[in-house]
Design a protein around this ligand. Structure first.
Ligand SMILES: [Fe+2]
Length: 385
């Protein structure tokens, strides 16, 4: 089959223990004199925001802290942050935290750069003006918003999470420091790690996967499968944390360029309607979506199962192949203690119609390996109840 055209976008990446301490130097390289530092109360309490603020101060950069960021960041928080950016005369943004502060920071940049409402950018390639410079310092190994062209923002009126996908959202610099993940609780480690695993899986089976994303995605599956339990049980194990951060970053680079699929479309719907944790939603849905998608990409799902350590014969047939792949995913979730049904999170049958409608409209569904109609999506939600 002839190669179709593909492209790959990536920020400047610095990876390694301690590299977050150089935030000031990199912000200075981008011409920042007064940075809006976007973080959240949990990350501030862990002490990581202070380290970055001190690094910025050491290089003579003034700082304005903005921490009004919820899990599942809201449109109103983005607009408030953009007001602060403008009122305080900031000229760049430094995000310190997990996916929520980083996505909020991206939204603030869009609004600050254009003067428009953040919801105006919903969808793919809707950004037509540059944003202020952005440095991201991730504190989880999961979202990979620090390397991606995605921002997910909660539309508080419609109660849906919107996806903004644009090359303009790729940060200028990602300072990927595994040390900053050592304060994550076991449950946050598991949920964010399963988010990373889902990024890798969905990128690998995406209808627009390409050679670079393939290499990154399958290695990300291997790294997360081999290190997530260790990172949960030994939070200060430097190698486990480094491997998880590397796996998460590979997964982020893969999904940023190959986009995602039905797990994320359906998880976004759950986060929008019921404000549920993103990683947890992905974890619950992952094997149910794999069962539905398998016939569209059997070889690719088998490769994912093998990268997770499952013994799947090369010549395995249809239904057995699907069983082995799905069993590998379910067993991995069980080992991590992450298995909960949607019902346990308060999802009921009465929610399913709204959820399925929202998921069907999510741009992530466009690259799922097979088309899914509203009724297919409803059936998957039902299985996960
Ligand atoms: Fe995700």
């Amino acid at each position: 089959m002839p190669t179709r055209e593909w492209k790959f976008v990536v920020p400047e990446i610095v990876f390694g223990p301690g590299c977050s301490d150089r935030a000031g130097r990199f912000a200075g390289n981008l011409g920042m004199e007064r940075a809006l530092v976007v973080s959240d109360p949990g990350v501030i309490a862990a002490g990581w925001t202070r380290l970055v603020l001190e690094s910025l101060s050491r290089t003579g950069i003034e700082t304005v802290l903005f921490d009004r960021v919820s899990p599942n960041p809201r449109d109103v928080e983005v607009m408030l942050g953009a007001d602060v950016f403008r009122e305080k005369g900031c000229d760049g943004i430094v995000a310190v935290g997990g996916g929520s502060p980083m996505d909020c920071a991206k939204g603030i940049g869009l609004v600050a750069g254009t003067g428009r409402h953040v919801l105006a950018f919903e969808g793919v390639d809707k950004v037509d003006a540059p944003s202020p410079p952005l440095v991201c310092v991730p504190t989880t190994s999961g979202s990979s918003a620090d390397v991606s062209q995605f921002a997910i923002i909660l539309d508080t009126v419609r109660e849906v999470k919107i996806a903004i996908v644009s090359k303009a959202l790729v940060p200028d610099v990602a300072l990927v420091d595994p040390v900053l993940t050592t304060t994550m609780s076991p449950s946050l480690t598991v949920n964010t790690g399963l988010d990373a695993l889902t990024h890798a899986m969905e990128a690998y089976v995406s209808s627009v996967h390409q050679p670079l994303t393939d290499h990154l995605a399958i290695e990300a599956v291997r790294l997360v499968a081999a290190n997530l339990e260790k990172a949960r049980d030994h939070p200060n194990d430097p190698l486990a944390r480094e491997n998880m951060m590397l796996g998460s970053m590979y997964a982020g680079l893969a999904f940023s360029n190959a986009i995602l699929g039905a797990v994320h479309a359906m998880a976004h719907a759950l986060g929008g309607l019921l404000d549920l944790p993103h990683g947890l939603c992905n974890a619950i849905l992952m094997d149910h979506v794999a069962a539905a998608n398998y016939p569209a990409a059997p070889k690719r799902y088998q490769a994912i199962g093998r990268a997770m350590g499952a013994a799947i014969p090369e010549d395995v047939g249809g239904s057995l192949g699907r069983e082995l792949v799905v069993a590998a995913m379910t067993a991995f979730k069980k080992r991590l203690g992450a298995v909960v049904s949607l019902g346990e999170l308060g999802v009921t049958r009465a929610h399913l119609a709204d959820l399925a409608r929202a998921a069907a409209a999510d741009p992530c569904l466009a690259t799922n390996p097979r088309p899914l109609a509203v009724e297919d999506i409803t059936a998957i939600y039902e299985q996960a109840l």
